[in-house]
Write a protein that binds this ligand. Structure first.
Ligand code: NDP
Ligand code: MG
Length: 381
């Protein structure tokens, strides 16, 4: 059935990435409800051009300016803010990777938009500022991350006071079950071989170290207003249960699907409504079985505890955690450091600059820069 209301305008920031291209597949199927009014990318001009031809958005933005870009294209970091605050944009799908996504989220929220947020780094760096921006502009954040989408789907209609705890599931990444010795010599190719999800390179490495799960615990803290001792993590290698919510009466509700990001993307656009969509493969519990669960091995994957401690410490510590991780992951992907150096870099950066003040955007950006400088000096890269 065709909706009677006009289609909502959607800006896809980071449209050339894994989540961006997934979102455009969903939006292509849902043209009666949504129209793509803005697209932005960082460096992949060829794909952006192709997307612009297909969706005909009113605005196309490229962060790195390109000599052969169309005259109508905007370039530079301002392009992100311009896209996120346009009048013809109702929903900003932020699929940018890393700290680069922060300002666009804040601007969109201050402008009263719904932010469908894949860019979890936004909440990790500046969760309190995001809350303030929502209050100032009556915008809202709806998570795209599959675990947080699952939690939202389970708790919608219930107050936070009815929730005893949430349990985020983690696939365990490609190194689940590897010995410490084998882990020490893990290569970039090993780390990029994720068992259940096809994702961008940075989040795939984060999944291998479990830093991704640390970012997600902090994300859950800010999204759902839960203290850290009510957020747990369990390893679930099949990635079918996307998270659990345990209520105060002891009942546990989980959300499941085959592992696909199309579903949480669609739900972030339509929440609290559900709309018909034929993109998600049918759920067959027999084919998807067995579903198993294991505790996290914190000895071999120290990045998770480091992140939770940074979240508990608050201030600029989560921003330092995030920046040190981003910097160390880039160095690992460039072949400059070993896999085990990533958590070591994060730990040292937190010791060195983790207690910097973090009350304002400027303070958080200063802490972010200090952490990156520290890690670069540590590895001479
Ligand atoms: P990708 O690396 O695949 O895509 C990143 C996108 O951001 C690309 O469009 C890229 O442009 C753009 N980009 C990169 N750097 C900048 C910058 N400095 N300024 C503006 N745009 C930039 O990442 P993913 O799609 O995998 O992840 C995006 C976000 O979603 C991350 O925060 C990740 O943690 C989160 N997420 C991802 C999931 C997944 O399944 N992939 C699942 C859950 C969360 P270009 O390609 O043109 O260079
Ligand atoms: Mg996730």
């Amino acid at each position: 059935m065709t909706p009677v209301t006009a289609p909502k305008g959607v800006a896809v920031l980071g449209s050339t990435g894994s989540i961006g291209t997934t979102a455009l597949r969903v939006l292509d199927r849902q043209r009666a409800r949504f129209r793509v009014t803005a697209l932005t990318a960082n460096s992949n001009g060829a794909l952006l051009r192709e997307q612009a031809r297909k969706f005909q958005p009113a605005f196309v933005g490229m962060v790195e300016s390109q000599a052969d870009a169309d005259d109508a294209w905007k370039s530079g970091t301002d392009a992100l803010i311009s896209a996120a605050t346009r009048d013809d944009v109702d929903i900003v799908l932020n699929a940018i990777v890393g700290a680069a996504g922060l300002d666009a989220t804040l601007a969109a929220l201050k402008g009263g938009k719904r932010v469908a947020l894949a860019n979890k780094e936004t909440l990790v760096i500046a969760g309190d500022l995001v809350k303030q921006a929502c209050a100032a502009g009556s915008g809202e954040v709806i998570p795209v991350d599959s675990e947080h989408s699952a939690i939202l789907q389970c708790i919608t209609g219930h107050p936070t006071s009815a929730v005893r705890r949430v349990v985020l599931t983690a696939s365990g990444g490609p190194f689940r079950g590897w010995s410490a010795e084998r882990l020490a010599s893990a290569t970039v190719d090993d780390a990029l071989r994720h068992p259940t999800w096809q994702m961008g390179r940075k989040i795939t490495i984060d999944s291998a170290t479990l830093a991704n799960k640390a970012l997600e615990v902090i994300e859950a803290h800010f999204l759902f207003g839960l203290p850290y001792d009510r957020i747990d993590v369990v390893v679930h290698p099949q990635s079918v249960v996307h998270s659990f919510v345990e209520f105060i009466d002891g009942s546990v509700v989980a959300q499941m699907s085959v592992p696909t990001m199309e579903l949480p993307v669609l739900y972030a656009l339509t929440h609290p409504e559900r709309v018909a969509d034929d993109g998600v493969p049918a759920f067959d519990p027999v084919k998807l079985s067995p579903m198993t669960y294991e505790p996290v091995d914190h000895e071999r994957f120290p990045a998770l505890r480091l992140g939770i401690s940074a979240g508990v410490a608050g201030g600029a510590a989560p921003a330092v955690y995030n920046a040190a991780n981003e910097c160390a992951v880039a160095a690992f992907l460039a072949g400059k450091i070993r896999f085990g150096d990533i958590p070591s870099a994060i730990s040292s950066a937190l010791d060195k600059v983790g207690d910097m003040p973090g009350g304002t955007r400027e303070q958080l950006l200063a802490a972010d820069a200090a952490a990156r400088r520290y890690v670069q000096e540590m590895f001479k890269c």
